[in-house]
Structure formats: structure tokens, C-alpha cells
Ligand binder design. Structure first.
Ligand code: TRP
Length: 445
């Protein structure tokens, strides 16, 4: 393989993988899930899942990619033939590439919404901002045309970046965008801590309340941990394939996980003080939390509209750097087949994803009554990908690296000390696999 598909410098891989991990999952989903799953109880379980399941699985994904040096599908294929393993392991890569495309189809709808909110500035002197905001959101989500507009724009930008290639497209854009994301999230958290109710926020996020822990909270926390770390579908595996040879896997993954967790918690600190400072807003507002309620809260604070714009730019950057990682595994796979070039591949995938996204858009409006198992299309797709495909992907990654791949390959690639290696195997072989199965079975029956 030539040098053209290797990240420039060690930070690019970290920024690309952190860019993948930090997304709507951290800034939009994490706060509302904390809000509707009992606050600190959810936070604690989430952190446990991140370290006990997420960390070993992410290390495994990077390892497969770094060793295989190809798209997830072909890395798995090559590893299987090199070590005489079952040829079906490549289907794990195919499952991932498909999950990525499915997730991107609805991810882009919400990402498009956050784009549009950069430009959604409230008129001054409203008598009832909360009413204005919820009407605005209702009107926006019930109009397919405006949703389609922003969805299309988002898909075009995503495909453009991925089409430019690994180094010139993905690498360059994360180097440019991620620093802004980190600066903005810190800025907004500081602003919120000073203008909003930080005391209630800290209590809500961190004071342990074990009575609120229920099986449902555990399932949601694990699903959220997978989604937030971008594991279980090969995004991190695909990025691992472009890692510089000398870069150490363990340290790098720890940094990525730290950044992801930091942004999720910072998002909580950015959002909840504002929410708590406004008595008319419920913390358990659900998915509408940042689109419907947050703008109202910003409205009533000093320099609120300025910070609202900064906030939605930050959300959009986070969404974009994640979206490109959802598209990369499928794109890399097609590129390796060699029929057509990368630019053409992303155009075709983009069109497919765009069409699929229409179904999610219509779930808000014209198709909102069409339901299967009492879920509309968007909810069904969300359930299928997050609660089934990602955990399944994660489980098989853990199985493959923990139980199937030869140990000497792993030991060499990781270059861990004795103790760390033991810990890694213990968590990967036993804890990750069994907890995924348990939680999976529980949620299925
Ligand atoms: N992790 C991203 C988020 O938190 C979403 C995402 C990007 C993702 N790539 C992924 C989720 C791969 C699962 C798998 O918003």
C-alpha cells in the first residue's frame, strides 16, 4: 500500500476517530437520555459501560484495522485467510458497512436540523418565546420540504469530504474542524455555568442515586456507549487501517475515549444549567431538548442568541465529522473493488442514502401514522441499528479478537505490559461478550 492512505502525523488519527465518536450522540442524545433516565444513575452505568465494554472493543477494532490495512471487510477477509479461519468473518464487515449507511440516512436528518438552527435566530421582544419555539419546531418538522433541503445539504457536504479521499478529505477536515469543536464546547459550558443553574446541574449529573437504576437504564446506557464511541460497525476499524505504523494503539484509544466522554459531560454542563434556570422546561423533554427547549432558554439569557449560534455550529461540526466516518467503510470497500473511483462511489452512495433519509423525514409528518410494532420508520431504524446491529457487531468483534485471532498477533500489535494485557483479555473475552449477550437477551424478551 502506498503512503497516500496513511494519516499525516499521530494527531490526525486521534482527531478523526474522536471526530467520529463525538457527534450528535454526545451533544444531542446523551443529555436527553440522562434527562429521561434518572440523571446520575444513567451517567454512572454509562461510564462503566464505556470502560468495561467500549474500551476493549475499540482497541480490538483499531487492532483489526491497523493490522489488516484495508476496509473492514477486506481486513477481516485477509486476516481469516492468513490464519486459516472461517471465511464468513467478512460478513461482520458487511454488517458494519450496511449499518453505517442505514445510520447515516437518519443521522443526516438530525444533522441537517442542527445546521438550520445556526440560522434560526429568534426575533427580539417575543411575548412568549417558549410558544414561539415549539411552534417553530412543529412547523419545521411537519414540513418535508425544509427538512429535505437541510438533509440534502448535509449529505452533499459529507459526500464531498469523503470523496476527496482519506488524507485530503477526511484528514484535512478533522484537523480544521475539531479544534473549533473543543474550543466551542468549553466556551459554551463556561457560559452556561456562569449564567445558568450549575448547582442543580452538578447534583443532577453526579450525585449518585442508585434507586434510579433499572434494567431499562442499563440497556439504554450500553446502547448509548456503543453509539457514542462509534463502535460495532467498523468506522473505527476503517480509520485504524490508515494509522501510522508507529502509533501505539492503547494510548491512542484512551485519548479518544477520554475526549468522547469529556465532550458528553461538557455537553451536559453546557445544556442543563440553562435548562434548570428556566422553570418552565422539563429535563426529561426527550429528543426535542436541544431543538425545542434550549433555544428558548438561550433567548432569555445575556448574549443568548450569540451563544445559541455558537452552540449549533458546534453541534453541526460534531455531526459532520461523525457522518464521514459512517460513510467511509462502505466507500473504502467499493474503492478496493476497483470498478469505479471514490468520487463516483460517494455520489452513488449519497443518492441511495438521500432516498433512504426521505423515509425518516416522512416519519415526522406524512407517514407518522404508518407503524410496525408501534414504531414509525425512524424509530424502527433507530432501534434496529442501535439496539441490534451495533451490539451484534461489537459482540462479534470481541469474539473475533478475544477468542479467535492468535494471541501472539494481538500481543505484538498491542505491545502492552503483562498486567495491562491480562486486564485487556479478561475484559474482552469475558466481560464484554457476556454483558452484551445478557443485555441483548434481556431487551429482546
Ligand atoms: N458516534 C457518533 C455520535 O456520537 C455517531 C457515529 C458515527 C456512529 N460513526 C458511528 C455510531 C459508527 C455508531 C457507529 O454521534
Amino acid at each position: 500500500m502506498g503512503n497516500e492512505k496513511v494519516w499525516q502525523g499521530n494527531t490526525t488519527f486521534i482527531l478523526a476517530a474522536a471526530g467520529s465518536a463525538v457527534g450528535l450522540g454526545n451533544i444531542w442524545k446523551f443529555p436527553y437520555m440522562v434527562g429521561s433516565n434518572g440523571g446520575s444513575a444513567f451517567v454512572i452505568i454509562y461510564l462503566i459501560c464505556i470502560f468495561a465494554i467500549g474500551l476493549p472493543v475499540m482497541v480490538s477494532e483499531v487492532l483489526i484495522g491497523k493490522y489488516g490495512r484495508k476496509s473492514p471487510i477486506n481486513s477481516l477477509k485477509n486476516l481469516s485467510s492468513e490464519f486459516n479461519l472461517n471465511a464468513n468473518w467478512k460478513y461482520l464487515g458487511i454488517l458494519g458497512a450496511l449499518s453505517g449507511v442505514l445510520i447515516l440516512s437518519y443521522y443526516s436528518v438530525f444533522a441537517g436540523m442542527s445546521f438550520s438552527y445556526i440560522f434560526n435566530i429568534f426575533p427580539s421582544n417575543l411575548s412568549d418565546p417558549s410558544n414561539y419555539s415549539s411552534n417553530y419546531f412543529k412547523e419545521f418538522s411537519s414540513s418535508p420540504l425544509s427538512l429535505i433541503f437541510w438533509h440534502s445539504l448535509f449529505i452533499i457536504i459529507t459526500c464531498f469530504i469523503v470523496g476527496l479521499g482519506v488524507v485530503k478529505g477526511i484528514g484535512r477536515s478533522v484537523n480544521l474542524l475539531m479544534p473549533f469543536l473543543f474550543i466551542f464546547i468549553i466556551l459554551v459550558s463556561i457560559y452556561s455555568s456562569f449564567t445558568g443553574d450549575i448547582k442543580s446541574t452538578l447534583k443532577f449529573l453526579f450525585s449518585p442515586d442508585f434507586s434510579a437504576i433499572s434494567p431499562q437504564v442499563v440497556i439504554s446506557a450500553m446502547g448509548q456507549a456503543f453509539f457514542s464511541l462509534s463502535i460495532g460497525m467498523g468506522a473505527i476499524m476503517a480509520y485504524g487501517a490508515y494509522m501510522p505504523e508507529k502509533q501505539l494503539i492503547g494510548k491512542t484509544v484512551i485519548t479518544i475515549i477520554f475526549l468522547d466522554t469529556f465532550v458528553a459531560l461538557a455537553a451536559g454542563i453546557a445544556i442543563f444549567p440553562i435548562v434548570f434556570s428556566n422553570p418552565s422546561i422539563e429535563v426529561s423533554a426527550g429528543p426535542g431538548l436541544i431543538f425545542e427547549t434550549l433555544p428558548v432558554a438561550f433567548y432569555s439569557l445575556p448574549f443568548g442568541s450569540f451563544f445559541s449560534i455558537i452552540f449549533f455550529i458546534l453541534v453541526s461540526i460534531a455531526a459532520l465529522s461523525s457522518a464521514i466516518s459512517l460513510l467511509e467503510p462502505f466507500t473504502a470497500w467499493m474503492e478496493e473493488k476497483g470498478f469505479i473511483n471514490r468520487k463516483f462511489i460517494v455520489v452513488i452512495l449519497g443518492i441511495l442514502i438521500w432516498f433512504l433519509g426521505l423515509a425518516s423525514i416522512f416519519s415526522f409528518n406524512v407517514w407518522s401514522d404508518i407503524k410496525l410494532f408501534n414504531l414509525n420508520f425512524l424509530e424502527l431504524l433507530d432501534y434496529l441499528t442501535n439496539n441490534i446491529m451495533l451490539p451484534l457487531g461489537g459482540f462479534f468483534v470481541a469474539l473475533f479478537v478475544g477468542w479467535i485471532l492468535p494471541n501472539n498477533l494481538i500481543n505484538q500489535s498491542l505491545a502492552f505490559g503483562k498486567f495491562r494485557l491480562k486486564l485487556f483479555y479478561f475484559f474482552l473475552k469475558y466481560i464484554s461478550t457476556s454483558s452484551i449477550i445478557l443485555i441483548f437477551l434481556y431487551s429482546a424478551f
